[in-house]
Design a protein around this ligand. Sequence first.
Ligand SMILES: Cc1cc2nc3c(=O)[nH]c(=O)nc-3n(C[C@H](O)[C@H](O)[C@H](O)COP(=O)(O)OP(=O)(O)OC[C@H]3O[C@@H](n4cnc5c(N)ncnc54)[C@H](O)[C@@H]3O)c2cc1C
Length: 488
Amino acid sequence: MSILNIIKRLFGQEKSSPAQSSTPQPIEPTQASTPVEEVKDSIQTAMNEVTDNIIEAAEPNPTPNTNHEDYSMHHVIIGSGPAGVVAAESIRKLDPKAMITLIGDEPEPPYSRMAIPYFLEENITEEGSHLRKTDNHYDNKNINVVRDRVSSINPDDKTVTLESNDSLLNWDKLLIATGSHPISPPIPGLDNPKVSNCWTLEDSRKIVEGVKPGSVVVQIGAGFIGCIILESLVKRGAALTVVEMGDRMVPRMLDQQCGTMLKTWCENKGVTVLTSSQVNSIEDKGKRLLVSVSNGEPIEADFVISATGVRSNTAFLEGSGIKVDEGILVNRHLETNVPDIFAAGDVAQGLDFSTGEYTVQAIQPTASDHGLISSKNMVNPGSAIHQGAVLMNVLATLGLISVSYGLWEGVEGGESAELVDTDNFRYIRLQFDGDKIVGANTLGITQNIGAIRGLIQSKTALGVWKERLMENPLNFMDAYVGVTGGHT
Ligand SMILES: Cc1cc2nc3c(=O)[nH]c(=O)nc-3n(C[C@H](O)[C@H](O)[C@H](O)COP(=O)(O)OP(=O)(O)OC[C@H]3O[C@@H](n4cnc5c(N)ncnc54)[C@H](O)[C@@H]3O)c2cc1C
């Protein structure tokens, strides 16, 4: 099942007759029963299903070859996050005789960072975050999981160096799926033990320890990850102040109107949000920290969380000859400039469906997609072409769903259609290039939102539906069915 189909199914997208309404409809107020929690859970389920279904979509499951002397190829994968795990399992399905080694430098079994908020909210245990939950999953598939860090890649003799004992490991095909790491802004005091990122399970344990009901917490950054964890901190009972450099929340995902409405929503729920503001320093005052901000009184806090963005893990590639820009440069087979070396996930600068440019997307569906495509090309060279990922970010913040799709900021010379209902926290803005939808922002809209992605992905000319959407952008579901017949 494709990611799109999963999203369509989750958001209740059914075929129906196109409605002919061309008059703007009032935006229905958010019902008390709006299934925001269901949507949030659905997102989590969808992401798990994306990974699971991607594997099911591959070839039938053969019995793996367990004779290590008699293997066809040695596939080595660096990084055991979603991209690495999907790739390893897919290789096993495509080549029962392959030897597969999955190397990860975190102490836990392969897990999903997306599950961290659920762990912080104490909805799941640590085991609940594991990508594969059956006992001996990797053994059963004859995938060797190695806990170590790769310190260098040596393309000339086709080896990697393992950090623990400086030993060399040979490979025939190599996948780099090393993900990304949080950026540390140059703030004095950021290295205090009462300051943490929220990127790994280890970070989460620290937060669980340091943030109790009534704790005063300052969170630096209101980007995508910041807004995801914000909800978990509030659920843990923290008195929270969020400090964001941009002039609105999630400025790299939401437009001015949308990001400002989200800020008001959070403030109404008791969170202090300082936008156009920076943390200048963090001073240790014994029991508490004193956090100085650029536009307000210093805050006495029990804990500080830094969520100011991430960067691809590429430092260990120095000297390997592998070309790196924001991430590792790859072609449409996810292969790097060095033959037989591929890259996938947060570390790869892959094709963006909307722009045709190569960017680091740093979201899990893209990581899984990359993992699958790279693995096919590792086993059967040139067999799979990456069509580009449609960037769709879904955020649930204190019960309010906001979404950005594709070119949400619009294109030069393009038109846009907008409906705003500030009282009920409902917003939609569609971006057009000619008579095609190329991007959108939505807030507080949970019904059928997969249809917007469908319209972007299908790149279908809207014909008469363009005018109807200009009059009422909420007609997106009818437009989707009208122009695609429900298929993309
Ligand atoms: C709190 C949180 C919430 C999130 N929520 C969402 C969400 O709702 N939706 C969404 O799409 N995305 C979300 N993300 C982002 C998502 O988790 C990432 O996009 C995804 O994990 C990327 O997968 P990956 O396999 O590329 O990298 P990773 O999951 O980062 O895995 C890479 C692994 O490689 C290891 N590694 C790095 N260097 C080496 C080395 N030299 N040797 C050996 N191992 C190495 C790393 O330690 C890591 O274990 C969230 C992230 C966080 C932190």
